[in-house]
Structure formats: structure tokens, C-alpha cells
Design a binder for this molecule. Structure first.
Ligand SMILES: *Cc1c(COP(=O)(O)O)cnc(C)c1O
Length: 383
């Protein structure tokens, strides 16, 4: 299906450019030291891009491993095919344990209790369970506190039915505090040195998310990266190093003009009349609202593109419709494409700009596109 496929009229849709996704992975790889493994993070339905389509394309593009949030996502990914290691990033709940074995998943380990549970599971199924040991170097979320990592590492090694496949940490402020990130990286590398008999050839050792790449120069035994946002073409923060990767946006978000009409000066627009026209105004009523994932915080703030022009949102965003000022774009007509995120001619609204209007971060925008919004996949390499 393509965006202009007339069999399926689209009111509000997201376009996912899989060819750009593939190019992004290749560009990221090219910017990294060679022989680094690529862990593709595809949690939360691949950041709202759609798990099966996204993961299939990333497999094709040469991802080495996949990471998801939980066993449900991991099971859905495993249904696509055997072979790719799938790392479950979040804590596994005790009643989910059996899914790890059933779907051949790799669990994240942060505690002795988990080691015991997973070892028991391995014993029951007669097959060692794969794990990555996570070390907390300052994120304060999952992971064993770094000072206690050697003890947990020893416990894993002494567990007959657990196979240690990797070790990792996670940065707390990679997009805002490179000094702290360097400190976390140093602490991680120091902690690794305190783990006896560490097989650096076999183990996958990783720390960097997208923003972390900026401080990757001193990588020690780190031999993999764990990338989400950047593969979707979004910079986590302004960064010349990350910009040099030249990742292109994969996601764009569109609706249509459903009605064009004139309102006299002094008219209220939308619920609660938070905007009152200051001149005779032509409005366009666009067929997407917070029911589609346009945050209500965009009210009176966001812009969208119609016929290549930036048109300001007037008044409250409503569940199914958003109103914009098109007084200065007289050629606007019913049926026109209206772009919340994406490019029209020379104008572009990035997820980052849109997120600023919504007073949130790009990650949340992508995760908030709702179920009723069809994802339309572009697949050819040329586009
Ligand atoms: C989501 C996530 C990532 C990916 O982060 P990006 O900033 O999207 O690259 C990496 N590691 C962990 C533990 C995560 O939860």
C-alpha cells in the first residue's frame, strides 16, 4: 500500500519509510569502529513504527541482535523467525519466566533472585537459559549496583543452567551530560576489569544507546551498541557527531483537510474558545486529533504543513480534528494532505520540533500514535 493508493482513502496515517531505516542502519554502522555488533532496539512496537515490518527490514539490513521491553514483544518478534538473539530489556516477572525458554529469549539479570529463578527454569527445561548481566553505573533503574557486580557475576558463573552471553550498562544522561556519561563508561569498564575470567571474545559487551555514541571514543572492551532512536532518523539532541551519521527520518504523520471555511474577526475557535480570531480568518479543519496521537498540548502552538506552507494550529486540538489558520494560503482545498510531521516541498517539521510544541520528547510522540492510525509502509530503496 502506498500513500496515494486510491483504494484505501486515508484520513490520518503514519508513513514509515523502510528504505530510509535500512540506509540509517548502514550509515550508523559506517560511522562506528568496525566489528562493533549492532543491537537493534525495537521495543514499544518499534517506537510506534510497527514491529514486524521494522524488524524484518532491520534483519535484512544486518542487525546482529534485537532488544525489546518484555516477553510479549519478544514472543511477537520470535514469531518472525528463529536465529536472531532477542534480549528482553525490562525485568521479567516470575509468571513470565517460562516464556523465556519457550521463545528462546535472552533475559536481563540484575539480582541474585533472578539468577536463582532462571537457573531453576534452565534445570526444568534441561537447557541453559541465556542472560546478559546488567550493571548499574548510575542509571538507578535496572542492573546490579556496580560494587556488587563481581558477586553476582560469580553466582551466574556457578549456575549450571545459565549461560552468560553478555554484559551491559545503561546511560542516564547521554543526551544532556556527556561528563556524567564518560564517568559511567569509565565505571563500567573498571567494573569489567574486576570480573575474573571474562571472555571478551565471546561475550557481547554494550553500553551505548543512540546518544551514547557521542562519547564512544574510549570504548575499551565494549563490542556492541544498542540503538533505538537514531536508526529511526531522529537525533536525541543537537550533536555534530550524531548529525554526521546523516540518518534520515523514517516516520512521518499526516491527515487531510476535511473542510475549509471563513470565520469573521472575533470568532472563537474550538472547545472553550481558547483562540479568538483577530481578523477575518480562513480555517481548515484537519482530520486528525488527540485520538490519533496529536497531543492536546499542541493546541495554539503547533504548526502543520499544507501545500508546503506552515499553518498554525488555532484553539484546542480535539479528539478527531485539529483546526489551522490558512488565511495566507488561499489555494488550500478539501482533500489536501496536511502534514503534522514530515516534509512538504522545502518545508519540514521534524519529530523533534513537533515534540517541543507538545512539551515532550520525540520518544513519547512516536509511542503515542494510536491504534486507529494506519501505518503505511514505503519499501523501495529509491524513495
Ligand atoms: C530504549 C533503550 C535503548 C535505546 O535507546 P535510544 O536512545 O532510543 O537509542 C537502549 N538501551 C536500553 C536499556 C533502553 O531501554
Amino acid at each position: 500500500m502506498s500513500a496515494n493508493d486510491s483504494r484505501i482513502p486515508l484520513r490520518c496515517w503514519a508513513e514509515i519509510n523502510l528504505a530510509a531505516l535500512e540506509r540509517n542502519l548502514k550509515h550508523i554502522r559506517a560511522a562506528l569502529p568496525s566489528r562493533l555488533k549492532y543491537v537493534a532496539v525495537v521495543k514499544a512496537d518499534a517506537y510506534g513504527h510497527g514491529l514486524p515490518q521494522t524488524a524484518a527490514r532491520l534483519m535484512h539490513a544486518g542487525a546482529d541482535l534485537f532488544a525489546v521491553a518484555n516477553t510479549t514483544e519478544a514472543a511477537a518478534l520470535r514469531e518472525l523467525g528463529p536465529g536472531w538473539p532477542i534480549l528482553v530489556l525490562s525485568a521479567v516477572l516470575p509468571d513470565e519466566d517460562r516464556l523465556l525458554a519457550e521463545y528462546d529469549l535472552t533475559a536481563t539479570v540484575s539480582s541474585a533472585e533472578e539468577v536463582e529463578r532462571f537457573n531453576e527454569l534452565g534445570r526444568r527445561t534441561g537447557r541453559p537459559l541465556a542472560v546478559h548481566l546488567k550493571i548499574d553505573t548510575g542509571m538507578g533503574r535496572l542492573g546490579v549496583w556496580h560494587a556488587e557486580a563481581p558477586a553476582l557475576y560469580a553466582k551466574i558463573r556457578a549456575s549450571e543452567f545459565i549461560r552468560l552471553d553478555g554484559i551491559f550498562t545503561h546511560f542516564a544522561s547521554a543526551d544532556s551530560d556527556s561528563k556524567f556519561t564518560r564517568q559511567q563508561r569509565r565505571l563500567f569498564l573498571e567494573t569489567l576489569r574486576r570480573l575474573p575470567g571474562l571472555d571478551r571474545q565471546r561475550l557481547i559487551i554494550h553500553a551505548d544507546n543512540s546518544a551514547g555514541l557521542e562519547t564512544l571514543q574510549r570504548r575499551g572492551s565494549i563490542n556492541a551498541v544498542r540503538i533505538g532512536l537514531l536508526q529511526f532518523g531522529i537525533l536525541p539532541h543537537p550533536s555534530s557527531i550524531l548529525a554526521a551519521v546523516q540518518a534520515e527520518p523514517v516516520f512521518s504523520f499526516h491527515a487531510r483537510v476535511g473542510l475549509v471555511k471563513r470565520l469573521p474577526r472575533g470568532s472563537g475557535v474550538s472547545y472553550n474558545r481558547t483562540y479568538v480570531t483577530t481578523r477575518d480568518t480562513t480555517i481548515a479543519v484537519v482530520t486528525g486529533g488527540y485520538g490519533d496521537g496529536i497531543p492536546i498540548s499542541c493546541s495554539n502552538r503547533a504548526q502543520l504543513l499544507i501545500r508546503g506552507h506552515r499553518c498554525p494550529v488555532l484553539g484546542r486540538v480535539t479528539m478527531d480534528q485539529t483546526i489551522v489558520d490558512v488565511t495566507d494560503v488561499p489555494e488550500v482545498a478539501v482533500g489536501d494532505q496536511a502534514t503534522f510531521v514530515g516534509r512538504q516541498d522545502k518545508e519540514e517539521i521534524t519529530v523533534t520540533e513537533f515534540a517541543k510544541w507538545a512539551e515532550t520528547i520525540p520518544y513519547e510522540i512516536l509511542c503515542s500514535v494510536t491504534k486507529r492510525v494506519p501505518r503505511v509502509y514505503r519499501t523501495t530503496l529509491g524513495t
